[in-house]
Design a protein around this ligand. Structure first.
Ligand SMILES: NC(=O)c1ccc[n+]([C@@H]2O[C@H](COP(=O)([O-])OP(=O)(O)OC[C@H]3O[C@@H](n4cnc5c(N)ncnc54)[C@H](OP(=O)(O)O)[C@@H]3O)[C@@H](O)[C@H]2O)c1
Length: 329
């Protein structure tokens, strides 16, 4: 089958369009013919080799962490899907490979795609939607009446997280650039801080939760926004020892991650708040709940257009030779 392949980790130009064997179908797998795949920041980080210690893939590797397509075959133990079903998924981290013609995934990682969405729109959702879900619902246990700061509200994760937090009944503040102020307001943000004009840490106080997807400086400034007992959840690092344990990493890597997050954990303690790093995971049950939020209009389609036209993604697309869009129809 055709696929985008990483033979060797490294920056631009190291993704090859070539032939790979079709994936094997395990007992509880569905084999999906891929109609669309979306590109995430994670793909470029994997390609660059930034994740090779945490995710030691065997090369050559087919890239791609978000997929929408049609089930064409099922393993003998599959109960939830049948050939012909239109599905979407974030494949398990150990079985990525959405930039290809076919992918096999465990049925527990897959969900029926939202009815009204095209394949391309559906493929843009699983990774960012599950990240927002796992941060706000699983980790933060965000409740009605609480206050949450979602950094980078105009990004893939941010646009989803704003809508999810509003659905949960929280008051939402977000940071964004001037050009995207109207967009994040239209998604429901109550307080919008234009980071080109204002410093969020001088404006926001007594928040219950901060979802960080930016760098160290923003992470540290976010501590002052939280009330005692508040939760700082970061998806952009640094990784912490609990994450290393959950990933089953070696003793050495656990120590490394302890050291990497030592500073922020210590500062968080001083502020009487908690710090946690989240690395999202595949989850078909949560994706099914996301499908029903989209089908019922709670998560609106409007954000997807912004997601797809996000200029920050273009350099990555254009770094794949001759390909502007990862799409087979
Ligand atoms: N750990 C995990 O499981 C996980 C999962 C998903 C993503 N991530 C990570 O989370 C990060 C964001 O991912 P994404 O998919 O949402 O990226 P994205 O779609 O590229 O969005 C990034 C956004 O950051 C905004 N931004 C840049 N500088 C900013 C600043 N100083 N203040 C506020 N906003 C700023 C940009 O908006 P403006 O144009 O308005 O500036 C842009 O929309 C990436 O580093 C990604 O690797 C981690």
């Amino acid at each position: 089958m055709k696929a985008f392949i990483v033979d060797r980790y490294g920056k631009s130009g190291s993704v090859r369009f070539g032939e790979m064997p079709e994936p094997e179908l395990r007992y509880d797998d569905v084999l999906v013919q891929i109609h669309a795949a979306s590109v995430n920041v994670l793909d470029s980080k994997i390609r660059d080799g930034e994740f090779k210690l945490m995710l030691p893939y065997r090369l050559p590797l087919i890239l791609g962490n978000d997929v929408a397509g049609v089930v064409i075959r099922i393993g003998p133990k599959v109960r939830r899907f049948k050939p012909g079903d239109e599905v979407y998924a974030r494949p398990d981290k150990d079985r990525i490979g959405a930039f290809a013609e076919f992918i096999s995934m465990n049925e527990s990682d897959v969900a029926i795609k939202p009815k009204e969405l095209s394949m391309e729109e559906a493929a843009s959702i699983p990774l960012v939607g599950l990240t927002a879900w796992q941060a706000l619902i699983e980790r933060a246990n965000l409740k009605k009446g609480q206050k949450v700061l979602i950094h980078a509200g105009s990004g893939g994760v941010g646009t989803f997280a704003i809508q999810l937090a509003k659905y949960l009944g929280a008051t939402v503040a977000t940071t964004t650039s001037t050009a995207n102020v109207d967009l994040v307001k239209s998604l429901g943000a109550d307080v919008v801080v234009d980071y080109r004009k204002d410093a969020f840490e001088k404006i926001l106080r007594d928040y219950d939760v901060v979802l960080n997807s930016l760098g160290k400086e923003t992470l540290e400034k976010s501590l002052g926004v939280l009330k005692p007992g508040g939760k700082l959840i970061s998806i952009s690092g640094p990784p912490d020892p609990d994450f290393a344990k959950d990933m089953g990493l070696s003793w050495i890597l656990r120590q490394v991650m302890g050291l990497l997050s030592y500073g922020i954990r210590k500062k968080a303690k001083r502020h009487r708040v908690s710090y946690a790093f989240l690395f999202m995971r595949a989850n078909g049950d949560q994706l099914r709940e996301i499908t029903s939020l989209i089908d019922s209009g709670i998560i609106r389609r409007s954000w997807i257009a912004c997601f797809r036209s996000n200029p920050r993604r273009r350099p990555w697309f254009t770094s794949i030779p001759d390909v502007q869009e990862v799409r087979w129809l």
